[in-house]
Design a protein. Structure first.
Length: 85
């Protein structure tokens, strides 16, 4: 257990950031799954809109839960699948 005021604060801040990052990670995964499901359904307009939403979520996660190059790779692969429809 924490013995200093500053270490008690760090525990609280870490827990808060952990919750925020978990929510961000979940949002990215959900948006990605929705985009892939839209590609599987075969509807180009729905897939394009889902791609746009997923790209937004992924790029907002850059620097917080994932590196820039990983985000670019994810967006590129999704866009490739949508354009191949």
């Amino acid at each position: 257990m924490a013995n200093h005021k500053s270490s008690e604060k760090r525990i609280l801040v870490t827990a808060k950031k952990n919750a925020i990052n978990t929510a961000r990670r979940s949002a990215v995964k959900t948006a990605t799954k929705k985009a892939l499901a839209a590609v599987e359904s075969g509807d180009k307009t729905v897939a394009t809109n889902a791609l746009r939403a997923a790209e937004s979520k992924i790029m907002k996660a850059v620097g917080k839960i994932m590196p820039k190059k990983r985000a670019a790779r994810k967006v590129s692969r999704l866009a490739k699948k949508v354009s191949a429809m």
